[in-house]
Design a protein around this ligand. Structure first.
Ligand SMILES: [Fe+2]
Length: 296
């Protein structure tokens, strides 16, 4: 198997050609893909038709698989795979997790003590138009800051709060969020992350913040809205159009990305309400250190 890595954006990302992920990869091919994953931050495989079991096996080669907490949307006999999209049973019961928030830049599970290391997303059915996923590099974003701004943000900490985020989504209106019980809320303590981090594998500097979860930033006075506005400037900087790759999905595409080094966002669901969109998602732990839980 000869692998080729074709860059897909000036800042990050490569399409991998010559791999067939339905077959078990040799150690040599796996090592090449593993190194390219860290180098490019995002890898695209096309024309794959992985079963949930095959995707779970591929995921597990990169690290310990994580199980998504919304268990009703996980594949029954393959819990490592969760189903995203607008699939519904005949009686209207959702059979997949649908994010209706539109553009919302984030790293997956940024509010956790142990955020996802790698996310894998495999397109099973895609709408005729819409449903794209967008990506940007937090390494490139850091590099493009002025020296003054770098000095200003270095050393700060960001408080990520899943509960704060969930409360905000509930206030927006009916969607996929639901009120959490006190026991559930206790499972998601607020977590401080270093805003500026050095990637433990690549050694590259980046910044890590998911704005919708931000409740406070060290050195920023005021309420959570003030902290979020302060962070939004950094998000806007990272997501300027020329720094974003927009992936228009074809069935069989599989994307995997480094959640520490990248942010991503869904796009509005409106344009494809009439069509089906079904994606298999998996994730695994990878090198992710430096989080600090807020004492109860
Ligand atoms: Fe996500």
């Amino acid at each position: 198997m000869t692998l080729e890595f074709i860059p897909i954006h000036k800042d990050f990302g490569a399409e991998v050609r010559g791999a067939d992920l339905t077959l078990e990869l040799s150690e040599e091919a796996f090592s090449e893909i593993y190194a390219a994953y860290f180098r490019y931050g995002l890898l695209l495989f096309r024309g794959e038709r992985l079963t949930p079991a095959q995707q779970a096996a591929f995921t597990a080669r990169f690290g310990e698989p994580k199980i998504a907490p919304r268990k009703q949307f996980n594949v029954p006999d393959q819990q490592e795979i969760s189903v995203l999209g607008n699939l519904r049973a005949e009686d209207g019961t959702p059979l997949a997790f649908l994010n209706r928030q539109g553009v919302e830049w984030h790293s997956d599970t940024a509010g956790n003590e142990d955020p996802d290391g790698i996310t894998f997303l495999h397109a099973i059915e895609v709408p005729r138009a819409g449903g794209e996923t967008m990506f940007c590099s937090m390494v490139a974003a850091w590099e493009m800051l002025s020296d003054e701004r770098k000095a200003d943000i270095a050393g700060r900490k960001v408080l990520h709060s899943f509960n704060h985020h969930n409360d905000k989504v509930l206030r927006i209106g009916p969607g996929t969020a639901r009120p959490l019980t006190p026991e559930e809320r206790a499972k998601y303590p607020d977590i401080w992350h270093d805003l500026v981090q050095v990637h433990p594998v690549t050694g590259r500097t980046l910044y890590f913040a998911s704005h919708n979860l931000v409740k406070a930033v060290t050195g920023v006075e005021g309420d959570p809205d003030a902290a979020e506005s302060w962070i939004m400037e950094l998000i806007d900087h990272a997501t300027r159009p020329e720094r974003v790759y927009v992936h228009a999905w074809s069935p069989g595409d599989l994307l995997m990305w480094d959640n520490r080094a990248m942010m991503h966002s869904a796009t509005d669901v409106g344009p494809y309400e009439e069509d089906r969109r079904i994606m298999y998602r998996s994730s695994c732990r990878s090198v992710f250190t430096g989080a600090e839980r807020v004492a109860d």
